[in-house]
Design a protein around this ligand. Structure first.
Ligand SMILES: [Zn+2]
Length: 388
Protein backbone atom coordinates (compact mmCIF):
# COMPACT_ATOMS: atom_id res chain seq x y z
CA UNK A 1 0.00 0.00 0.00
CA UNK A 2 1.40 3.39 -0.97
CA UNK A 3 1.04 6.33 1.34
CA UNK A 4 0.28 9.57 -0.47
CA UNK A 5 2.84 11.89 1.06
CA UNK A 6 2.63 15.62 1.51
CA UNK A 7 5.30 15.76 -1.15
CA UNK A 8 2.96 14.36 -3.80
CA UNK A 9 0.48 17.09 -3.00
CA UNK A 10 3.24 19.69 -3.23
CA UNK A 11 4.44 18.16 -6.49
CA UNK A 12 0.99 18.55 -7.94
CA UNK A 13 0.44 14.86 -8.61
CA UNK A 14 -2.88 14.99 -6.82
CA UNK A 15 -4.00 18.01 -8.86
CA UNK A 16 -5.99 17.81 -12.10
CA UNK A 17 -4.12 17.77 -15.41
CA UNK A 18 -3.37 21.26 -16.68
CA UNK A 19 -2.01 21.67 -20.20
CA UNK A 20 -1.33 24.47 -22.64
CA UNK A 21 -1.78 24.31 -26.42
CA UNK A 22 1.11 24.24 -28.86
CA UNK A 23 1.57 23.23 -32.47
CA UNK A 24 2.14 19.65 -33.53
CA UNK A 25 5.03 17.96 -35.36
CA UNK A 26 6.74 14.58 -35.45
CA UNK A 27 10.34 14.14 -34.34
CA UNK A 28 12.91 11.50 -33.34
CA UNK A 29 12.06 9.96 -29.99
CA UNK A 30 14.59 9.78 -27.18
CA UNK A 31 13.45 7.57 -24.30
CA UNK A 32 15.65 7.65 -21.20
CA UNK A 33 14.81 5.11 -18.51
CA UNK A 34 16.01 5.87 -14.97
CA UNK A 35 15.52 2.62 -13.08
CA UNK A 36 13.79 3.42 -9.77
CA UNK A 37 13.61 7.17 -10.47
CA UNK A 38 11.30 8.74 -7.87
CA UNK A 39 9.71 12.18 -7.49
CA UNK A 40 10.34 11.90 -3.73
CA UNK A 41 14.06 12.18 -4.45
CA UNK A 42 13.95 14.33 -7.60
CA UNK A 43 11.67 17.13 -6.48
CA UNK A 44 13.91 18.52 -3.70
CA UNK A 45 16.97 18.17 -5.96
CA UNK A 46 15.26 20.14 -8.72
CA UNK A 47 14.28 22.78 -6.17
CA UNK A 48 17.90 23.12 -5.05
CA UNK A 49 19.12 23.45 -8.65
CA UNK A 50 21.06 20.18 -8.75
CA UNK A 51 19.24 18.54 -11.69
CA UNK A 52 19.23 21.24 -14.40
CA UNK A 53 18.32 18.98 -17.33
CA UNK A 54 15.38 17.30 -15.61
CA UNK A 55 14.30 20.70 -14.30
CA UNK A 56 14.22 22.11 -17.82
CA UNK A 57 12.12 19.22 -19.14
CA UNK A 58 9.71 19.64 -16.23
CA UNK A 59 9.44 23.41 -16.67
CA UNK A 60 9.09 23.41 -20.44
CA UNK A 61 7.36 20.07 -21.00
CA UNK A 62 4.88 17.59 -19.59
CA UNK A 63 5.34 15.65 -16.38
CA UNK A 64 3.50 13.41 -13.99
CA UNK A 65 3.36 9.97 -12.51
CA UNK A 66 4.19 6.68 -14.22
CA UNK A 67 2.24 3.94 -12.47
CA UNK A 68 3.58 0.37 -12.30
CA UNK A 69 1.70 -2.82 -11.45
CA UNK A 70 3.31 -5.09 -8.78
CA UNK A 71 5.27 -7.25 -8.37
CA UNK A 72 7.82 -4.50 -9.01
CA UNK A 73 10.52 -6.53 -10.78
CA UNK A 74 12.51 -4.39 -13.19
CA UNK A 75 12.93 -6.70 -16.26
CA UNK A 76 9.18 -7.48 -16.16
CA UNK A 77 8.30 -3.79 -15.83
CA UNK A 78 10.67 -2.52 -18.54
CA UNK A 79 9.39 -5.20 -20.90
CA UNK A 80 5.83 -4.09 -20.15
CA UNK A 81 6.90 -0.54 -21.06
CA UNK A 82 8.63 -1.73 -24.26
CA UNK A 83 5.89 -4.09 -25.49
CA UNK A 84 2.74 -2.44 -24.12
CA UNK A 85 1.69 -5.89 -22.91
CA UNK A 86 1.42 -7.38 -19.40
CA UNK A 87 4.05 -9.84 -18.23
CA UNK A 88 1.52 -12.67 -18.38
CA UNK A 89 1.66 -12.14 -22.15
CA UNK A 90 5.26 -11.06 -22.77
CA UNK A 91 6.73 -13.73 -20.49
CA UNK A 92 9.88 -12.00 -19.12
CA UNK A 93 8.86 -12.16 -15.48
CA UNK A 94 12.20 -11.99 -13.63
CA UNK A 95 16.02 -11.69 -13.87
CA UNK A 96 16.34 -15.44 -13.83
CA UNK A 97 13.76 -17.80 -15.30
CA UNK A 98 14.10 -21.58 -14.79
CA UNK A 99 17.75 -21.20 -13.78
CA UNK A 100 18.71 -19.18 -16.87
CA UNK A 101 19.30 -15.51 -17.42
CA UNK A 102 16.24 -13.64 -18.72
CA UNK A 103 16.43 -13.68 -22.55
CA UNK A 104 14.80 -11.59 -25.29
CA UNK A 105 14.31 -14.80 -27.27
CA UNK A 106 11.83 -15.94 -24.61
CA UNK A 107 9.70 -12.83 -25.16
CA UNK A 108 6.39 -13.89 -26.68
CA UNK A 109 5.33 -10.55 -28.20
CA UNK A 110 6.98 -7.82 -30.23
CA UNK A 111 8.77 -4.93 -28.59
CA UNK A 112 8.50 -1.41 -30.01
CA UNK A 113 11.90 -1.87 -31.72
CA UNK A 114 10.63 -4.96 -33.61
CA UNK A 115 7.56 -3.05 -34.79
CA UNK A 116 9.47 0.06 -35.85
CA UNK A 117 12.16 -2.02 -37.59
CA UNK A 118 9.51 -3.80 -39.63
CA UNK A 119 8.12 -0.38 -40.55
CA UNK A 120 11.57 0.58 -41.86
CA UNK A 121 12.46 2.93 -39.00
CA UNK A 122 15.91 2.93 -37.45
CA UNK A 123 16.18 2.15 -33.75
CA UNK A 124 18.95 2.38 -31.15
CA UNK A 125 18.35 0.49 -27.90
CA UNK A 126 21.04 0.58 -25.19
CA UNK A 127 21.23 -1.34 -21.93
CA UNK A 128 17.54 -2.09 -21.51
CA UNK A 129 16.91 -5.08 -19.23
CA UNK A 130 15.68 -8.14 -21.13
CA UNK A 131 17.30 -7.22 -24.48
CA UNK A 132 19.99 -9.93 -24.46
CA UNK A 133 20.52 -11.72 -26.85
CA UNK A 134 20.45 -8.65 -29.10
CA UNK A 135 17.77 -9.09 -31.74
CA UNK A 136 18.25 -8.27 -35.41
CA UNK A 137 16.74 -4.86 -36.01
CA UNK A 138 17.13 -1.98 -38.45
CA UNK A 139 19.68 -0.12 -36.38
CA UNK A 140 21.57 -1.12 -33.25
CA UNK A 141 20.79 -2.96 -30.03
CA UNK A 142 23.44 -2.88 -27.32
CA UNK A 143 21.96 -5.36 -24.89
CA UNK A 144 21.94 -5.24 -21.10
CA UNK A 145 24.72 -7.86 -21.28
CA UNK A 146 26.99 -5.70 -23.48
CA UNK A 147 29.75 -5.75 -20.87
CA UNK A 148 29.52 -9.44 -20.14
CA UNK A 149 32.31 -10.89 -22.25
CA UNK A 150 31.46 -14.43 -21.17
CA UNK A 151 28.45 -14.63 -23.49
CA UNK A 152 27.61 -14.10 -27.18
CA UNK A 153 25.19 -11.85 -29.04
CA UNK A 154 25.78 -8.94 -26.73
CA UNK A 155 24.99 -6.46 -29.49
CA UNK A 156 23.47 -6.25 -32.93
CA UNK A 157 25.38 -5.84 -35.13
CA UNK A 158 28.32 -7.26 -33.14
CA UNK A 159 30.65 -4.51 -34.43
CA UNK A 160 28.47 -1.95 -32.60
CA UNK A 161 30.64 -2.78 -29.58
CA UNK A 162 33.96 -2.25 -31.33
CA UNK A 163 35.70 0.75 -29.91
CA UNK A 164 33.71 0.17 -26.73
CA UNK A 165 34.84 -3.33 -25.88
CA UNK A 166 36.62 -3.60 -23.57
CA UNK A 167 34.93 -0.41 -22.44
CA UNK A 168 37.60 1.87 -20.95
CA UNK A 169 35.20 2.79 -18.17
CA UNK A 170 34.89 -0.87 -17.21
CA UNK A 171 37.83 -0.52 -14.90
CA UNK A 172 37.69 0.59 -11.30
CA UNK A 173 41.13 2.19 -11.46
CA UNK A 174 41.03 3.86 -14.89
CA UNK A 175 42.35 7.41 -14.38
CA UNK A 176 39.53 9.00 -16.40
CA UNK A 177 37.05 7.46 -14.01
CA UNK A 178 38.82 8.26 -10.77
CA UNK A 179 37.34 11.75 -10.39
CA UNK A 180 33.86 10.49 -11.13
CA UNK A 181 34.14 7.76 -8.52
CA UNK A 182 35.40 10.40 -6.09
CA UNK A 183 32.24 12.37 -6.76
CA UNK A 184 30.01 9.34 -6.30
CA UNK A 185 31.62 7.44 -3.47
CA UNK A 186 32.93 8.64 -0.12
CA UNK A 187 36.72 8.33 -0.06
CA UNK A 188 36.92 8.07 -3.84
CA UNK A 189 37.06 4.31 -4.00
CA UNK A 190 34.39 1.68 -3.59
CA UNK A 191 34.10 0.54 0.00
CA UNK A 192 33.22 -3.10 0.39
CA UNK A 193 29.50 -2.36 0.70
CA UNK A 194 29.53 0.02 -2.24
CA UNK A 195 31.51 -2.06 -4.67
CA UNK A 196 28.25 -2.88 -6.38
CA UNK A 197 27.37 0.78 -6.74
CA UNK A 198 30.74 1.35 -8.44
CA UNK A 199 29.94 -1.64 -10.69
CA UNK A 200 26.62 0.03 -11.55
CA UNK A 201 28.26 3.36 -12.26
CA UNK A 202 30.85 1.86 -14.56
CA UNK A 203 28.11 -0.08 -16.35
CA UNK A 204 25.99 3.06 -16.75
CA UNK A 205 28.90 5.25 -17.86
CA UNK A 206 30.14 2.64 -20.36
CA UNK A 207 26.72 2.24 -21.94
CA UNK A 208 26.23 6.00 -21.94
CA UNK A 209 29.40 6.47 -23.99
CA UNK A 210 28.32 3.84 -26.49
CA UNK A 211 24.87 5.44 -26.66
CA UNK A 212 26.28 8.92 -27.33
CA UNK A 213 28.50 7.55 -30.11
CA UNK A 214 25.74 5.63 -31.90
CA UNK A 215 23.15 8.35 -31.40
CA UNK A 216 25.33 10.84 -33.28
CA UNK A 217 26.12 8.34 -36.02
CA UNK A 218 22.80 6.58 -36.52
CA UNK A 219 20.13 9.30 -36.12
CA UNK A 220 17.48 6.73 -35.12
CA UNK A 221 13.70 7.29 -35.10
CA UNK A 222 13.60 5.72 -31.64
CA UNK A 223 16.36 5.66 -29.03
CA UNK A 224 15.87 3.94 -25.65
CA UNK A 225 18.48 4.03 -22.89
CA UNK A 226 18.46 2.33 -19.49
CA UNK A 227 20.37 3.79 -16.51
CA UNK A 228 20.44 1.39 -13.59
CA UNK A 229 22.45 2.88 -10.70
CA UNK A 230 19.74 5.11 -9.21
CA UNK A 231 17.90 1.93 -8.25
CA UNK A 232 20.84 0.48 -6.36
CA UNK A 233 21.69 3.79 -4.67
CA UNK A 234 18.03 4.15 -3.61
CA UNK A 235 17.89 0.66 -2.06
CA UNK A 236 20.88 1.23 0.19
CA UNK A 237 21.27 5.02 0.54
CA UNK A 238 17.68 6.28 0.72
CA UNK A 239 18.41 7.73 4.18
CA UNK A 240 21.57 9.49 2.95
CA UNK A 241 20.20 12.26 0.71
CA UNK A 242 23.64 13.59 -0.21
CA UNK A 243 24.85 10.19 -1.36
CA UNK A 244 21.66 9.64 -3.36
CA UNK A 245 21.88 13.15 -4.81
CA UNK A 246 25.22 12.34 -6.42
CA UNK A 247 23.83 9.44 -8.43
CA UNK A 248 20.82 11.53 -9.43
CA UNK A 249 23.25 14.24 -10.60
CA UNK A 250 24.90 11.63 -12.79
CA UNK A 251 21.49 10.58 -14.15
CA UNK A 252 20.74 14.23 -14.90
CA UNK A 253 24.11 14.57 -16.63
CA UNK A 254 23.20 11.50 -18.74
CA UNK A 255 19.94 13.18 -19.80
CA UNK A 256 21.94 16.26 -20.86
CA UNK A 257 24.60 14.28 -22.72
CA UNK A 258 22.07 12.15 -24.59
CA UNK A 259 19.98 15.20 -25.50
CA UNK A 260 23.08 16.89 -26.91
CA UNK A 261 24.05 13.78 -28.88
CA UNK A 262 20.56 13.52 -30.42
CA UNK A 263 18.99 15.56 -33.15
CA UNK A 264 18.16 18.95 -31.67
CA UNK A 265 14.55 18.43 -32.75
CA UNK A 266 14.17 15.24 -30.73
CA UNK A 267 11.34 14.63 -28.30
CA UNK A 268 12.82 13.52 -24.97
CA UNK A 269 10.83 11.24 -22.66
CA UNK A 270 12.25 10.31 -19.24
CA UNK A 271 10.54 7.58 -17.24
CA UNK A 272 11.12 5.11 -14.45
CA UNK A 273 9.84 1.56 -14.11
CA UNK A 274 8.84 2.16 -10.46
CA UNK A 275 9.43 4.75 -7.77
CA UNK A 276 11.01 4.49 -4.30
CA UNK A 277 9.97 5.04 -0.71
CA UNK A 278 11.62 4.77 2.70
CA UNK A 279 11.70 1.38 4.34
CA UNK A 280 12.69 -0.17 7.67
CA UNK A 281 13.75 -3.83 7.31
CA UNK A 282 12.03 -6.19 9.74
CA UNK A 283 13.75 -9.01 11.65
CA UNK A 284 14.85 -11.74 9.28
CA UNK A 285 14.53 -9.48 6.25
CA UNK A 286 16.63 -10.83 3.34
CA UNK A 287 17.77 -7.23 2.80
CA UNK A 288 18.84 -6.01 6.28
CA UNK A 289 20.91 -3.10 4.89
CA UNK A 290 18.10 -1.69 2.73
CA UNK A 291 16.65 1.73 3.59
CA UNK A 292 14.54 2.16 0.45
CA UNK A 293 12.16 -0.07 -1.43
CA UNK A 294 10.26 -0.01 -4.74
CA UNK A 295 6.95 1.85 -4.91
CA UNK A 296 4.36 1.82 -7.68
CA UNK A 297 4.63 5.56 -8.43
CA UNK A 298 7.39 6.17 -10.97
CA UNK A 299 8.21 9.30 -12.93
CA UNK A 300 7.32 10.62 -16.37
CA UNK A 301 8.75 13.76 -17.98
CA UNK A 302 8.62 14.71 -21.65
CA UNK A 303 9.64 17.69 -23.73
CA UNK A 304 10.01 18.41 -27.44
CA UNK A 305 8.17 19.27 -30.63
CA UNK A 306 5.52 16.58 -30.07
CA UNK A 307 4.81 17.57 -26.46
CA UNK A 308 2.92 20.43 -24.84
CA UNK A 309 3.58 21.89 -21.39
CA UNK A 310 1.41 19.95 -19.02
CA UNK A 311 1.47 18.85 -15.37
CA UNK A 312 -0.26 16.08 -13.46
CA UNK A 313 -0.17 13.48 -16.25
CA UNK A 314 -1.24 10.09 -14.90
CA UNK A 315 0.34 7.40 -17.03
CA UNK A 316 0.98 3.69 -16.75
CA UNK A 317 3.90 1.76 -18.20
CA UNK A 318 1.41 0.24 -20.66
CA UNK A 319 0.85 3.70 -22.18
CA UNK A 320 4.43 4.00 -23.44
CA UNK A 321 4.16 1.89 -26.60
CA UNK A 322 0.78 3.29 -27.74
CA UNK A 323 2.14 6.83 -27.24
CA UNK A 324 5.44 6.09 -29.01
CA UNK A 325 3.61 4.44 -31.93
CA UNK A 326 1.29 7.43 -32.18
CA UNK A 327 4.23 9.85 -32.18
CA UNK A 328 5.72 7.79 -35.01
CA UNK A 329 2.46 8.06 -36.98
CA UNK A 330 1.67 4.36 -36.59
CA UNK A 331 -1.54 2.65 -35.45
CA UNK A 332 -2.03 1.24 -31.96
CA UNK A 333 -2.88 -2.42 -31.45
CA UNK A 334 -6.08 -3.31 -29.61
CA UNK A 335 -4.06 -6.02 -27.86
CA UNK A 336 -2.32 -3.25 -25.90
CA UNK A 337 -4.14 -2.37 -22.66
CA UNK A 338 -2.58 1.12 -22.43
CA UNK A 339 -3.61 4.36 -24.12
CA UNK A 340 -2.09 7.21 -26.09
CA UNK A 341 -1.26 10.01 -23.64
CA UNK A 342 -3.15 12.60 -25.70
CA UNK A 343 -3.20 15.11 -22.85
CA UNK A 344 0.54 15.72 -23.15
CA UNK A 345 0.67 15.82 -26.98
CA UNK A 346 0.96 19.04 -28.92
CA UNK A 347 -1.74 20.39 -31.21
CA UNK A 348 -5.20 18.88 -31.33
CA UNK A 349 -4.23 15.23 -31.80
CA UNK A 350 -6.76 13.15 -33.78
CA UNK A 351 -7.57 9.72 -32.33
CA UNK A 352 -5.12 6.93 -33.10
CA UNK A 353 -5.86 4.38 -35.77
CA UNK A 354 -6.48 1.02 -34.10
CA UNK A 355 -5.42 -2.30 -35.63
CA UNK A 356 -6.11 -5.81 -34.37
CA UNK A 357 -2.49 -6.85 -33.83
CA UNK A 358 1.15 -6.39 -34.76
CA UNK A 359 1.79 -10.06 -34.16
CA UNK A 360 0.38 -11.54 -37.40
CA UNK A 361 3.76 -11.62 -39.14
CA UNK A 362 5.66 -12.65 -36.06
CA UNK A 363 8.89 -14.43 -36.87
CA UNK A 364 9.21 -18.05 -35.73
CA UNK A 365 10.63 -18.26 -32.22
CA UNK A 366 14.41 -18.42 -32.01
CA UNK A 367 16.30 -21.02 -30.06
CA UNK A 368 16.65 -19.64 -26.57
CA UNK A 369 20.31 -19.53 -25.61
CA UNK A 370 20.71 -20.53 -22.02
CA UNK A 371 23.26 -18.70 -19.91
CA UNK A 372 23.70 -18.72 -16.19
CA UNK A 373 24.13 -15.46 -14.30
CA UNK A 374 27.73 -14.43 -13.55
CA UNK A 375 29.03 -14.33 -9.96
CA UNK A 376 29.21 -10.50 -9.73
CA UNK A 377 25.67 -10.22 -11.08
CA UNK A 378 24.42 -12.91 -8.76
CA UNK A 379 25.89 -10.99 -5.79
CA UNK A 380 24.26 -7.80 -7.04
CA UNK A 381 20.84 -9.35 -7.60
CA UNK A 382 21.06 -11.03 -4.21
CA UNK A 383 21.86 -7.67 -2.60
CA UNK A 384 18.82 -6.18 -4.33
CA UNK A 385 16.65 -8.98 -3.00
CA UNK A 386 15.89 -10.62 -6.36
CA UNK A 387 17.75 -13.85 -5.64
CA UNK A 388 18.02 -15.95 -2.52
ZN1 LIG B 1 15.47 -2.17 -7.26
Amino acid sequence: MIRISAFLLVAGLALPVTCHGEESSSSPLLVIGIDGGSWRAIEPLIDSGRLPHLARIKTEGAWGEMRAVPPLISPALWTEAATGRPRSEHGLIDFEISGSRVASSARRVKAIWNILSEEGRKVLIVGLLGTWPAEKVKGVIISDQALNKAIDRRAHPPEALSGFGPFPAWNFTHPQQAWRLRRLLPGGSPREGDRQLAWMFLRDESLLRAAEHHLRRLRPSLFWFHLWGVDYASHFHWNDPEFLARYYEFADEAVGRLSRAADSGATVIVLSDHGFEGYVPQDGDPNPRATGRHSTDGILLARGPGIRPCSGVKASLFDMVPTLLYLQGLPVSQEMPGRVLYEMLAGDPPKAEIIASYESNRRPPETVPSAALGEEERRLLRALGYLK
